[in-house]
Design a protein around this ligand. Structure first.
Ligand code: ZN
Ligand code: ZN
Ligand code: ZN
Length: 351
């Protein structure tokens, strides 16, 4: 099921191949393959009993309803947005079409003032859009901000939009459940949030046979002042240490990988070389890489590069430790570009 807050130019009630539409209040002329329910709970019960089929609804009036839907593992929230100038032009075009052929237009959900004979000026449209998005009672912005996939629809036509959506393969089941890589890297990223190091926040997770053995983040040792409170002179002296990786020999901060390896211990990593994977949100430095090798890790997965990736890769290569970069798939798609962009996303994938 893929409900989405409607906020683009294509909120029209449509039925996509293989996807049936669901709504709460029936329209006067329901097209085939639409289902209507008295309440949201009824809708959810129906989909739960038929969850292997594909369903879409735009009936998502509040966060309370979203909370109910979001409990189900088959639910995916998709938002559709567009720059306001583009939405205004589309709105004007619809207005013009409505004047000429009122019977051909489907109902719209946003922002839709009562049709008039005069076009809506941009300022009025912005006011309507602000109300649609930010009204304390009915604004859709809180829903949009929770979307798993955010689509920026600047397509010149519905046909172009549908073709692009087809390429995205939105119903792909992997969107509903994170891969192992996504899952463990999200945990490493979460661990990094606990870091107090002034230089850089880094997180790490040691995994054996798909089970987390330990986590770690960087910072000064226990009993010492936190790096963020002046505990490490090197990290806090921006004069000599601004370059990434400079002065590491005088740093008092234990690295995320070191903390995770210390926590796991040699015994638990043991001989499980093939099954032991270290997930780092940043590529390990040279001194961490030799410890990772020594303790018997089989594979290192990292997200972001660091200043000595080449040296680290050489160590792992010689020692027979696999090294690969995990690139999270963007959940923000823009149709503005010829196809769509996979710009780095600010968050880890939680689909
Ligand atoms: Zn530090
Ligand atoms: Zn330091
Ligand atoms: Zn390190």
């Amino acid at each position: 099921m893929s409900p989405r807050p409607a906020n683009g130019a294509n909120e029209a009630s449509t039925t996509i191949d293989g996807v049936d539409a669901l709504s709460i209040s029936p329209s006067s002329t329901p097209p085939a393959r639409q289902h209507h329910f008295p309440t949201h709970d009824d809708l959810l019960d129906f989909v739960t009993n038929h969850w292997r089929d594909r369903w879409v609804t735009t009936d998502l009036p509040s966060e309370a309803v979203l909370d109910t839907y979001a409990r189900r593992p088959f639910f995916l929230l998709i938002s559709v947005d567009a720059p306001i100038t583009i939405r205004w032009k589309r709105f004007q075009a619809r207005h013009q079409q409505q004047q000429q052929q009122p019977h051909l237009l489907p109902p719209t959900t946003s922002p839709s003032p009562t049709p008039t004979t005069t076009p809506t000026d941009l300022e009025t449209f912005i006011h309507l859009s602000d109300t649609h998005l930010y009204s304390p009672q009915t604004g859709t912005h809180p829903l949009i901000s929770r979307a798993t996939i955010r689509l920026l629809n600047t397509s010149p036509s519905l046909a172009h939009l549908y073709a692009t959506l087809g390429n995205l393969n939105l119903p792909d089941p992997s969107r509903l459940r994170p891969s192992w890589d996504s899952y463990f890297m999200a945990l490493a990223s979460l661990a990094a949030q606990r870091s107090n190091c002034m230089k850089r926040r880094v997180g790490c997770v040691v995994v054996r046979d798909k089970r987390v053995i330990s986590t770690g983040y960087n910072g000064t040792p226990r009993g010492m002042r936190n790096c963020g409170e002046g505990g490490c002179g090197r990290c806090n002296n921006m004069g000599i240490g601004t370059r990434s990786g400079a002065g590491l020999a005088t740093c008092l901060c234990i690295h995320a990988e070191e903390n995770a390896l210390l926590e796991a211990g040699r015994e638990r990593i043991g001989d499980g070389r093939d099954g032991v994977v270290v997930y780092c949100d940043t590529c390990p430095c040279l001194t961490c890489s030799i410890k990772i090798v020594q303790v018997g890790v089989g594979e290192v997965v990292y997200a972001q590069g660091y200043s000595m990736d080449g040296e680290t890769a050489a160590v792992f290569r010689e020692a027979g430790v696999r090294l690969r970069q995990f690139v999270p798939v963007s959940l923000f798609y823009s149709f503005f570009l010829p196809l769509f962009s996979f710009a780095p996303f600010r968050e880890w994938v939680w689909w």
